[in-house]
Design a protein around this ligand. Structure first.
Ligand SMILES: *Cc1c(COP(=O)(O)O)cnc(C)c1O
Length: 370
C-alpha cells in the first residue's frame, strides 16, 4: 500500500537522538531550548514553546487566552477534531464557521457572521497546508477584540504574502506527529510574539509551576510555586533533538511536496478530477495533504484502496461527530459548503519520499476510474 503520508528519517536524525540518550538530560534539557530557538526562527517570532503534541499546543493556547465556561471560539468546520476539542477542554463552546468553496479554508465573512458578545477567539486552520486569509481574519479579530489563533498543524513551512507560518496569528500551533512535515514521534509547539502568552504557555506545560526542575537545579534552589492548574505537557530532550535535525530539512521537503503537487495538477488538468483550489493571494502552500474532489467518492475510495493506494478522507466536518451532535445537535444545515465538499473530498499520497514511479501509479489508478 502506498500510504497517504509518511515520515522521512535518515542517519543524521538517528545520530541526533542517540547523542541525547547518552547525556544527562532526557527531558526539559538543552535540546528543548535549541529546538524552540530554531522553531521561533523558522516562524519569524520571539518565542516558541515545545509541548508533547499538537493537541497539547492547542489546549495550552486556549488556556493562555483564559478561555473558560461561557466563552465561544470560532473554528473552521473541516478539520481534525483536536482543533475544536481544545475549546471543550477549557469548558468553552466551539462555534464552527463554514469554509470557502474551492480552498476549503475558513470563510472570514462566515466567521464574522458567527461572532456574538461571548466570542473570544478565532482558530483558523491552514487546511492541507494552505494558509488562511490572515489579513482578513486579523481585521475581523481587531474589530471585535478577539484573539487570532492559527492551527498550523498542516502548514509549517508555508507562507502568506511573504510572511511565514508562525508569524500570522497571536499564537500558532504546530504538530510533529509522524504524518506531519517534521516529526518528533509525538510533539507540538506554540509560536508567539507575545511574552505574556509565552510565559503562561511554559507554566501550563509544567503543571502550572513557575520554574523548571533544571532551572532549580542550576540555581541550587528547591522552592517553587504552583500558581494555577496546569498539565504535564512536556516534550523530551531526545524528541527535540530529532525535531531540530528534521527542521533542517524542512525547506527541501516543502519544495519536494510542491513538485509532487505540480505533477498531480498537470495530470488532472482538463479531467473531471478537481484538486483543492488555490487562494488568490500570494502564498506558499506547504502541502501536508493533496486533496481532490471526485465524483462517487465512496466507491472510488474502495477501488483505490483495492489498487493499493492508501487514500484517506480529511475530514469529516467536526460537527458531524456523534460526540458533537449529542452536545450541539444536528448542525448540518448550517454549513452548506462544508457539507458539499465532504461528499467528494479524498486525499492522495503526498510525502517527500513518494517516488515519481509511485506517484505515476497513483495518477494512473485515479485517472483509470474517471
Ligand atoms: C495533527 C493535527 C492536530 C493534532 O496534532 P497531534 O500532534 O496529533 O496532537 C491538530 N489539528 C490539526 C489540523 C491536525 O492535523
Amino acid at each position: 500500500m502506498i500510504p497517504y503520508g509518511r515520515q522521512t528519517i535518515d542517519h543524521s536524525d538517528i545520530a541526533a537522538v542517540d547523542a541525547v540518550l547518552a547525556s544527562d538530560w532526557l527531558t526539559t534539557g538543552p535540546n528543548v531550548d535549541a529546538f524552540e530557538k530554531a522553531l521561533a526562527k523558522t516562524g519569524g517570532v520571539q518565542d516558541a514553546v515545545a509541548v508533547s503534541s499538537g493537541t497539547a499546543a492547542l489546549h495550552a493556547a486556549m488556556a493562555a487566552l483564559g478561555i473558560g465556561p461561557g466563552d465561544e471560539v470560532i473554528v473552521s468546520a473541516i478539520t481534525f477534531a483536536a482543533s475544536s476539542n481544545c475549546v471543550l477542554y477549557q469548558k468553552g463552546t466551539p462555534v464552527f464557521a463554514d469554509v470557502q468553496e474551492g480552498t476549503l479554508l475558513i470563510d472570514p465573512a462566515d466567521a464574522e457572521r458567527r461572532i456574538t458578545p461571548k466570542t473570544k477567539a478565532i482558530i483558523a486552520v491552514d487546511y492541507a497546508g494552505q494558509p488562511c486569509d490572515y489579513d482578513a481574519l486579523r481585521e475581523i479579530a481587531d474589530e471585535h477584540r478577539l484573539a487570532l489563533v492559527s492551527d498550523a498543524c498542516h502548514s509549517i513551512g508555508s507562507s502568506y504574502k511573504g510572511r511565514p507560518a508562525g508569524s500570522l496569528a497571536d499564537m500558532t500551533c504546530f504538530s510533529f506527529h509522524p504524518v506531519k512535515h517534521i516529526t518528533t514521534g509525538e510533539g507540538g509547539a506554540i509560536l508567539t510574539d507575545n511574552e505574556e502568552y509565552a510565559c503562561r504557555l511554559r507554566r501550563f506545560r509544567n503543571h502550572g509551576i513557575n520554574t523548571t526542575a533544571r532551572q532549580r537545579e542550576e540555581n541550587g534552589a528547591w522552592y517553587y510555586e504552583m500558581t494555577e492548574l496546569g498539565f504535564n505537557y512536556r516534550i523530551t530532550d531526545f524528541q527535540c533533538a530529532l525535531g531540530t535535525s528534521q527542521l533542517k530539512k524542512l525547506d527541501g521537503w516543502i519544495a519536494r511536496r510542491n513538485e509532487i503537487a505540480r505533477q498531480y495538477g498537470k495530470a488532472f488538468f482538463n479531467t473531471p478530477i478537481c484538486p483543492q483550489g488555490r487562494a488568490s493571494y500570494d502564498h506558499v502552500h506547504a502541502y501536508h495533504l493533496y486533496v481532490i474532489c471526485i465524483k462517487d467518492r465512496d466507491n472510488q475510495f474502495r477501488r483505490l484502496r483495492m489498487a493499493g493506494i492508501g487514500v484517506n478522507v480529511h475530514y469529516i466536518p467536526v460537527y458531524r461527530h456523534p460526540f458533537y451532535q449529542k452536545q450541539f445537535g444536528d448542525q448540518t444545515q448550517k454549513y452548506p459548503v462544508a457539507e458539499k465538499a465532504f461528499q467528494s473530498i479524498i486525499s492522495l499520497p503526498m510525502y517527500p519520499g513518494l517516488s515519481n514511479e509511485a506517484q505515476n501509479t497513483v495518477i494512473q489508478s485515479v485517472l483509470h476510474g474517471n
